[in-house]
Write a protein that binds this ligand. Sequence first.
Ligand SMILES: Cc1ncc(COP(=O)(O)O)c(C=O)c1O
Length: 462
Amino acid sequence: MSTSYTKDEIAALQEKAKRHLWLHFTRMSSYANGDMQVIVRGEGQYVYDQNGKRYLDGLAGLFVSQIGHGRTEVAEAGARQAAELAYFPLWSYAHPQAIELADRLAAMAPGDLNRVFFTSSGSEAVESAWKLAKQYFKAIGQPGRYKVLSRSIAYHGTSLGALAITGLPGIKEPFEPLPAGGVRVPNTNFYRAPAFVADDETAFGVWAADEIERTIEQEGPESVAAVFLEPVQNSGGCFPPPPGYFQRVREICDRHGVLLVSDEVICAFGRLGYYFGSDRYGYQPDIITFAKGITSGYAPLGGMMVTDKLMEPFSEGHTSFLHGVTFAGHPVSCAVAMANLDVFEKEDLLGNVRANENAFRATLEKLGDLPIVGDVRGAGYFYGIELVKDKATRATFDDGESERLLRGFLSHALFDAGLICRADDRGDPVIQLSPPLTCTQEHFDEMEQILRSVLTEAWTKI
Ligand SMILES: Cc1ncc(COP(=O)(O)O)c(C=O)c1O
């Protein structure tokens, strides 16, 4: 079917979608009296629906489309690979695309993260990192280490292991009991810092890092395998690390023999102006998990990179990592990732983010004159705007107000106004922006203008 649809074709699509398609994290009942939003085509920073209406992709799909849409050179790299070798597993075999990509990633990653284990998604990457930590500690004679610390409200994926690491109670509860060992520590939301450190971000960071140490000691260091942290926490609305936070966490992990896993499923591949978020903040993880931006979504791929030390028990004797997935390191996805990284280099996308991030921030900060905007925070091309009922007291919305505001109004109004972004209330209500890394001032202005008009209207509805 072409990308221009007749009225009948649109109606037929809606009917089939409503009858057979199950959208993720979506109230399907909402389509009883309304249509699904159907996106049919993308070009650059924009996507188009079946009526030809254009939307600025302010979320890069789902924190994915770093290079933007419609890049034929990347699509063609995938097609060439499918014709050459569409599939072969990484179970006992290798293929050139996985070899070349692993080599390229090892050269890009900080320190001696020299070994790449591919997956097909971010949840699988997180799951793999936890499994590796557990098997590694058994292999080196510390079998009691299985617990994982992660931050409150942080999202680390939905498969059962990854969900045990995820810190969002609402999406865990239906699936409990979850695998044992997930333990929460505070996040780095400075806007909501406890009163005794609310005026000093560095002191707040020391407190938040020390809470990790206190928790390790409370749980018993001999039972803790790893701490999973994003460079900038997504869920809750982009919490950057306070100054010195990661350096302190690194010291704490070293002191207690605990692995530091940098979950960079969102933050890697330019989102923060660096290939890896840990590079931006100057810390050395034991494992980096990645997905999303590595292919800019032209094919699915994820993985983890691990240090030489973690690989050691698996490099000798009869030990193998007892884990694998069929489509991990798929040849087409690896070829696409290589072509995607070529675009990064040719167009200096990291340079674009670094050159423009202050302008992006300054443009969004203009929204601070609106009564509903409490905080604008983030880094690189990754921002959260926290919405409040009262700026002076920072009072947030109750559940009913939040439901009416976000689901009842904002999500639809922003989409109707031509901006794809995320209105999220899994923590306090926020709007999140994470556009393609090719965006420039004209796109920042477009986002600001749409947000200004929709948020102004939202305030009249509270
Ligand atoms: C930090 C982080 N980890 C893991 C995941 C899970 O990735 P996936 O949806 O590819 O399974 C996500 C997804 O958004 C994420 O943001």
